[in-house]
Design a binder for this molecule. Structure first.
Ligand SMILES: Cc1cc2nc3c(=O)[nH]c(=O)nc-3n(C[C@H](O)[C@H](O)[C@H](O)COP(=O)(O)OP(=O)(O)OC[C@H]3O[C@@H](n4cnc5c(N)ncnc54)[C@H](O)[C@@H]3O)c2cc1C
Length: 381
């Protein structure tokens, strides 16, 4: 058993850290959040160095690395700015992994080199107003028009980054099977097609990129936009979700580490009653708990990345990781805000952003309740 990173992995992390500290310093992340502007400059700077192609095969212009390197990228990006990490994850997962796993030769040849160069950005449209946790109950329809096209009609909600994406990996119903999971098909939909109406949703956190509701009215997509097998897309969408859980858990663990660093520094420098507040056990024990939870989160991220790279990860492993790392991010940000006292509540200090952003981690990509259900089912309950 070996818990260490290789020399190459350490160098990769060091390189990323130094690059990100130049292209995505804290004041840049704060400005993106405050002004509601996507971290485009930082995203492009990473794209220029080829990071979007991290899992793309070399024959398509990528660097063909495995899930551990991917987790390092997302942890470091998340440590600088969670929304930057999440943006990278969406393109890498839905434009890279999904196409690698299910794309035709033509789709691979078209999309993968562009993903690797950072020329195309992707988002994911699964959730609908009446199907959130019960995602397979989705109703958005795609009907063949008998002319090599499908016509899309329906409404999605919480399609994050749709307004800044070139393509949406859209999950739609093409048939009614006996089970709701049957008759579902995935499409790579050009976000600029006629009949697509995108409306921004005002949210508590994740304000730089944020999320949208999307209306599809008689949108004509070519049959070549189908990703994978018609009517059998649910299993694929489900697999993207647990891949998604690796990336999000890594990015959120990175963000939680940044929140911890802020709180620790503050505890050492803020004096009350003639001493640093970190000398009070009420504060130092919080920091000790935060450190313990973060150590566990990081270990779980890299254990899961290793399981993925060995082809041994299971749905339950993904649920355990997602549940623990998001609850940790939420708890660490909450304790961090408490350590900052009144200043934690002020917008000019950094902790409020972690507090707002972390609240999504226990909701998005499957709530904590749903992760517990998955784990409980695996225990035969
Ligand atoms: C900012 C943001 C970004 C998002 N980005 C995306 C995206 O890019 N793409 C996308 O497709 N979706 C996205 N989502 C959607 C997200 O995955 C859903 O919000 C989430 O799955 C929960 O669905 P819901 O909001 O409809 O809540 P509901 O399913 O209505 O759940 C409400 C509450 O009931 C609980 N609950 C529901 N069913 C059960 C059950 N069986 N057992 C126990 N408790 C249960 C839930 O845990 C929750 O607490 C995003 C959401 C947000 C808020």
């Amino acid at each position: 058993m070996d818990f260490g990173f290789s020399q190459e992995q350490e160098e990769l992390r060091e390189h990323l850290r130094s690059h990100l500290s130049k292209v995505c310093p804290p004041e840049y992340a704060e400005a993106c959040d405050r002004d509601g502007t996507p971290p485009r400059e930082a995203y492009n700077a990473l794209a220029e160095q080829g990071w979007l192609g991290i899992i793309v095969p070399k024959e398509y212009g990528g660097s063909e690395q495995n899930a551990i390197e991917l987790a390092i990228l997302l942890e470091e990006a998340g440590r600088h700015f969670e929304e930057l990490g999440v943006w990278l994850f969406r393109t890498i997962t839905y434009g890279g992994y999904a196409v690698m796993a299910h794309g035709t030769k033509a789709q691979k040849e078209y999309f993968l080199p562009k993903v690797a160069k950072g020329e195309l950005s992707f988002c994911f449209g699964l959730t609908e107003p009446e199907s959130g946790s019960d995602a397979a109950a989705l109703k958005t329809r795609a009907r063949p028009d008998g002319n090599e096209n499908y016509i899309l009609n329906g409404q999605k909600v919480f399609t994050s980054g749709m307004d800044i994406s070139d393509y949406c990996l859209l999950v739609a119903r093409t048939n009614d099977g006996e089970k709701k999971q049957q008759g579902i098909t995935n499409f790579l939909v050009d976000t600029t097609l006629d009949g697509i109406d995108i409306r921004k949703i005002d949210t508590l956190g994740h304000r730089a990129i944020g999320t949208t509701q999307v209306f599809y009215e008689d949108v004509q997509v070519p049959a070549t936009a189908v990703l994978g097998t018609v009517d059998e897309g649910w299993a694929a969408a489900d697999a993207y979700l647990w891949y998604e859980r690796l990336c999000l858990s890594a990015a959120r663990t990175g963000a939680a580490l940044a929140a911890f660093d802020c709180a620790l520094e503050y505890a050492k420098s803020r004096n009350q009653f003639g001493r640093p507040i970190g000398k009070f056990q009420a504060i130092s024990h919080k920091l000790a708990d935060m450190k313990m939870m973060l150590d566990i989160s990081r270990t779980m991220v890299y254990r899961f990345a290793w399981l993925v790279s060995e082809g041994r990860a299971t749905r339950e492993d993904a649920a355990v990781l997602k549940l623990y790392s998001s609850e940790t991010y939420k708890a660490v940000s909450d304790m961090g805000l408490q350590i900052f006292g009144g200043y934690g509540y002020c917008m000019e200090y950094p902790m409020q952003r972690f507090f707002r952003d972390s609240r999504l981690s226990v909701i998005g990509a499957g709530t904590s309740e749903i992760q517990r259900n998955i784990i409980a089912r695996s225990l035969g309950l």
